[in-house]
Design a protein around this ligand. Structure first.
Ligand code: HEM
Length: 334
């Protein structure tokens, strides 16, 4: 009896310890799966002061995208280029009074003006309903995650509470990656902002929709890049007779307006548009991830969501920093 009693206690203790270990393990991997929320931001930031914020963004965007679904990729790219340059602070939205602003820099070629207008239109609706309490930086983030969702992608949870910058920084646009570089360089560019190799491959999946201007890939046509499938190169050559042609091509040739994992299948078929895209299926650090995402859309969506939540929190202004702009393209007059 005593033996049974002791054995039972022993197994119970073992069970208890292994449960603790398992619980810790799951907690740790969850913590890794969902990036920590930075100080000053929160998922419930406007729950009392502007409770319908997310619905307002959703409803307005659904009307806009019905007329022009190209704005969805346009909005996601604006978000990325805002966050990579001095953080998610709405700096890309500011117009220069003279000279160049961030939008005028080479890395921002093709930024869609109509998508910039949509961000300010949403700002105007939100400010009318809730007062000037939501920043253009937050609206940029919300519009981007909504654009992904309404195009068939995941619904990404994003913390809010960002404030807008008082300036922009044209030089810092050099931090945006180049389409002409191979994976080694792309990985380095993202590592500077604390993104790992999985983030790089998942984030590149943003090229599952939208367009690119000839100047961003035409070098691959004139040099007859052997990593581009021949019939694609031929048809692109007709579209883009030279780099200065103003034409565009779809980034994902199979499903150009849907947010799905077909982009990765295209890379496996040598049908990626940029060197930076196609080389992901060449470099041994990224090739396996491309294959995994091509085979498993759920996995792609999970990794993409984690990376976007992380990106949305880069160097944010919070609390009393910066301001809440009354118009997204100009700083407030004091
Ligand atoms: C891996 C490094 C990346 C490079 C080199 C790169 C480069 C580019 C270039 C050159 C274009 C074409 C712009 C044009 O000609 O109009 C483009 C389009 C686009 N990029 Fe990226 N990008 C990268 C990563 C990302 C990331 C991380 C995102 C978002 C999370 C993103 C979202 C987009 C979208 C949605 C478009 C289509 C825009 C539109 O249709 O208006 N890109 N990218």
């Amino acid at each position: 009896m005593a033996r049974f009693c002791c054995l039972d206690t022993y197994s119970y203790a073992l069970f208890f310890i292994s449960s603790l270990v398992l619980a810790f393990h799951f907690h740790a991997s969850e913590a890794q799966a969902h990036p920590q929320v930075v100080k000053g931001l929160s998922f419930s930031f406007f729950s009392k002061t502007c409770p319908n914020l997310e619905t307002v963004v959703r409803d307005h965007l659904s009307k806009v995208l019905k007329k022009d679904n190209g704005q969805a990729p346009g909005l996601l790219r604006i978000f990325f280029h805002d966050c990579f340059v001095t953080g998610c602070d709405g700096s890309i939205l500011l117009d220069a009074k003279g000279g160049k602003d961030e939008k005028g820099e080479i890395k921002n070629v093709g930024i869609r003006k109509e998508a910039l207008r949509t961000i300010d239109d949403i700002r105007s609706i939100v400010h009318n309903k809730c007062g000037r309490i939501v920043s253009c930086a937050d609206i940029t983030v919300l519009a981007a995650r909504e654009a992904v969702f309404q195009s068939g992608g995941p619904l990404i949870k994003v913390p809010l509470g960002r404030r807008d910058s008082l300036t922009f920084n044209t030089k810092a646009t050099s931090k945006i990656p180049s389409p002409f570089k191979k994976t080694n360089e792309t990985i380095k560019t993202f590592a500077e902002q604390n993104f790992d190799v999985t983030d790089v491959v998942a984030l590149s999946g943003a090229h599952t929709f939208g367009r690119a201007h000839c100047s961003t890939f035409s070098k691959r046509l004139s040099s007859k890049d052997p990593t581009m499938e021949k019939s694609l190169a031929k048809s692109l050559k007709t579209r883009c007779p030279n780099a200065s042609s103003d034409n565009t091509a779809n980034l994902d040739l199979r499903t150009p307006t849907f947010f799905d994992n077909k982009y990765y299948l295209e890379l496996m078929n040598s049908r990626g548009l940029f060197t930076s895209d196609q080389d992901l299926f060449n470099d041994k650090r990224t090739k396996g991830l491309v294959t995994s995402f091509a085979n498993n859309q759920k996995l792609f969506f999970e990794k993409f969501s984690v990376a976007i939540t992380k990106m949305s929190q880069l160097s944010v202004l919070t609390g009393n920093q910066g301001e809440i702009r009354a118009k997204c393209n100009v700083v407030n007059t004091k």
